[in-house]
Design a protein around this ligand. Structure first.
Ligand code: SAM
Length: 277
């Protein structure tokens, strides 16, 4: 086997490497460097600006958990917005819900969606669902002049660098609050509380400025840096730790279960400390 490796550098003192068999695609889009690689252990992977976004072997954990916890936590998630998520993974999970009637996906980089449909057919299989409307725009700007109100927003952004930075700001969360119905909810991927503790805590603090209910849950995403990954929900009315949906989607999934829904909100002491500050 050829000795080729992909290196994901996090700090001067820490990087992760994956052995690869092939680079299937590489390009510089107007927004970021994009690559598709075939890894030995984790299957095919999408890389943006040197950071792994999805890998075939464990993407279901992230996409099920970012989608079903909120969709099952909301009694009637009919109108939805996904910001980022151009690979289509959260979209694939959202269309499993019988409640859903309209979904806007706002992705800044058209090439992510195109490449996902070319190289990740299992992830991108729901783009053609008739309830789905795809917009190639900056999510931060898109919600400044909204055309509708939503029950639920999923912010499936990349790490807070480049065009994603704004998606972690208090201003963005205030705008999200405006476009949500009076009982709406937002979930954001809020980084690793172990490795990126400051970013995680800042995201929580910003959401707390805006939403009366803010809850954190965790899931282990093996290909993301350092153990547990966090998701943070801002909710106007419902407690998302409860399954409030009368028709929750729980079958046909590989990771999410009703027990896990509740258990994911049980936080380790150090995570509690970070959000109490
Ligand atoms: N699950 C992934 C993770 O946490 O590593 C992230 C998934 S998805 C690939 C992230 C997407 O957010 C990227 O396709 C990127 O182009 C998009 N994105 C970044 N900034 C954005 C913005 N301001 N508006 C809309 N989409 C944005």
């Amino acid at each position: 086997m050829q000795d080729y490796w992909f290196y994901e550098k996090h700090t001067e003192g820490y990087e992760v490497r994956w052995r690869i068999t092939e680079i299937l695609h590489q390009e510089a889009t107007p927004y970021q460097k994009l690559a598709v690689i075939e890894t030995v252990e984790w299957g095919r992977a999408l890389i943006l600006d040197g950071v792994l976004q999805i890998a075939d072997k464990d993407e279901y954990i992230y996409h099920e958990m970012i989608t079903h916890v909120t969709m099952n936590g909301h009694p009637h998630p009919q109108d939805m917005l996904i910001i980022g998520g151009g690979d289509g993974g959260a979209l694939r999970e959202a269309v499993k819900h019988p409640d859903l009637r309209h979904l806007d996906l706002v992705e800044i980089d058209r090439r992510v969606a195109e490449i996902s449909q070319q190289y990740f057919p299992r992830v991108s299989c729901a783009f053609a669902d008739p309830r789905v409307n795809v917009h190639f725009a900056d999510g931060f700007d898109y919600i400044k002049a909204p055309v509708r109100q939503y029950d639920l927003v999923i912010v499936d952004s990349s790490d807070p660098v480049g065009p994603s930075i704004k998606l972690f700001s208090e201003e963005f969360y205030r705008d999200l609050h405006q476009i949500l119905r009076p009982d709406g909810m937002v979930v954001v991927q809020s980084e690793s509380p172990v490795f990126y503790a400051d970013q995680f805590a800042a995201c929580h603090a910003n959401l707390r400025q805006v939403f009366p209910i803010v809850e954190v849950y965790l899931a282990p995403i093996a290909t993301y840096v350092s153990g547990p990954w966090s998701f943070t929900i801002g909710s106007k009315r419902y407690d998302p730790r409860t399954i409030n949906n009368e028709q929750p989607v729980t079958t046909g999934l590989q990771y999410y279960t009703e027990e896990l829904h509740r258990a994911a909100f049980c936080l380790p002491g150090f995570v509690r400390e970070l959000i109490l500050k």
